[in-house]
Ligand binder design. Structure first.
Ligand code: ZN
Length: 440
């Protein structure tokens, strides 16, 4: 595996993906270049064996699939998410301060570490929705320059700040955009965005805009052991899943690369893991190949989902936060996550199947449990199985500083997940009786 090449590609994908919309657009470009055909949910699908297709919902969630030449036994799904915690720009965002400064009114999207967002160049990206003669259309925007900053309060004005500080999102976290005064304040942002997008400001009907960290991704460490970048959670998994799909040779199962949105806010949207998006697509693949409902249910029984969302690495400064016997390390391979209360879907069957896939792919794996006295987080798998109930394993790549706007991960783990995803998408998992599966 050429880890340097993989990291270069990963970091350029991350740099080009400041929002879920951009991540989706970049994945669509890759799929187009690989010969995949775009489908729309609002049109009829004519599917052919031996072909790849993709479909998006809300422009921010994407499902790509490749249909094998032979009649398929099931679906091999790898699910990740396109969104990350960020600040969303509110409507009427411009706030003038004493006619000297212009700042923006923003609110939190998801649960971020606040401190890393301060004192660093930020900009804004997302989508705008424009008036057209027929109705509306959307367009992605990214103001590709250092545009704003959330400045800290000087330590002289809060001597206790290093003893711990509770950030107030309405007071402490509003970015400085420019100088105020005269007529500049009102609609300053929509005029700026209109200029960037090359459209008339009065044609912009609404906007989904998010702040993002301008700092580029990098490889670091004494021997280049680590990578750091915005959005590693979860675009590192989405990138690996896509690369695994494009390198795979699906033989007896439909390979499904599924990237959902809104994981960071609970997945309860039309494009989130709780939605019907995945189920709708799988049912339409089944029907589009002339198969009936019985064939669909048989296929689901012989299907498998890898819910791929980044995992917590053991932290060198906080050994006490890790479980005593399950301590994943960066570059230690793919992390298989377990939780007795099933916040992670892994059970002995799905864990065993995934371990076998890693072994066949020749990549290392390790295990994660929360400490028994810590609750921990949740992710896509257990939400998604409400719509499509299939064997599921929760995995991720070990990282530090999860939900910072600049996260750290291992420089070899992306390559491991690509290899495992390639093996997974090339395989089939056929139900031979409950608890008994053929892996081939
Ligand atoms: Zn995540």
């Amino acid at each position: 595996m050429n880890f340097d090449e993989i990291n270069r590609e990963l970091l350029s994908f991350l740099d080009a993906s400041p929002t879920a919309f951009h991540a989706s657009a970049n994945m669509q470009d890759r799929l187009e270049r690989a010969g995949y055909t775009k489908l729309f949910e609002g049109e009829s699908w004519r599917l052919q064996a031996g072909q790849g297709y993709y479909v998006t919902r809300n422009e921010s969630a994407l499902i790509a699939f490749f249909i094998p030449k032979r009649d398929f036994v099931g679906f091999q799904v790898m699910a990740s998410h396109s969104d990350s915690p960020a600040f969303r720009v509110k409507t009427n965002a411009e706030i003038e301060v004493e006619k000297r400064y212009l700042k923006l009114n923003v609110e939190k999207y998801g649960g971020m570490l606040c401190a890393p967002w301060l004192d660093r160049p930020l900009s804004v990206a997302g989508r705008i929705v424009l008036r057209t003669p027929e109705g509306v259309r959307s367009q992605l925007v990214n103001v590709d320059r250092d545009l704003m900053m959330i400045p800290n309060l000087a330590i002289h004005m809060n001597r206790q700040v290093n003893d711990g500080y509770a950030y107030n999102a309405q007071k402490d976290l509003l970015p400085l955009l420019g100088e105020g005064g005269a007529e500049t304040a009102k609609d300053a942002l929509s005029r700026l965005i209109a200029g960037e997008a090359g459209v008339a400001a009065e044609d912009i009907l609404d906007m989904d805009l998010f702040l993002y960290n301008r700092m580029k991704g990098t490889v670091y460490g004494m021997n280049g052991e680590f990578i750091a970048a915005p959005h590693l959670d979860d675009l590192q998994c989405a990138f690996s899943s896509l690369n695994g799909l494009l390198a795979a040779t699906p033989k007896d199962s439909v390979a499904v690369h599924c990237v959902l949105d809104n994981e960071e806010v609970g997945s309860q949207t039309k494009q989130g893991a709780a939605s019907t998006f995945l189920r709708d697509v799988l049912e339409r693949i089944n029907a589009g190949l002339g198969r009936d409902g019985e064939a669909y249910r048989k296929a689901v029984a012989s299907s498998f989902m890898v819910s791929a969302d980044n995992a917590h690495s053991f932290h060198p400064n906080y050994a006490e936060k890790a479980d005593p016997t399950n301590r994943p390390y960066m570059n230690g391979g793919i992390v298989i996550k377990y939780s007795a209360n099933q916040k992670y879907t892994t059970d002995a069957v799905s864990g065993a199947i995934f371990r076998e896939i890693c072994t066949r792919a020749g990549v290392p794996y390790q295990t994660f449990h929360n400490r028994s006295d810590m609750e921990g987080g949740s992710t896509l798998g257990n939400i998604s199985t409400r719509q499509v109930s299939l064997n599921c394993v929760d995995i991720g790549l070990a990282q530090l500083a999860m939900h910072s706007c600049y996260e750290t991960a291992g420089s070899r783990d992306t390559g491991y997940l690509i290899q495992a995803a390639r093996e997974f998408f090339s395989s089939s998992i056929q139900a031979m009786g409950d608890g008994n599966y053929r892996l081939y």
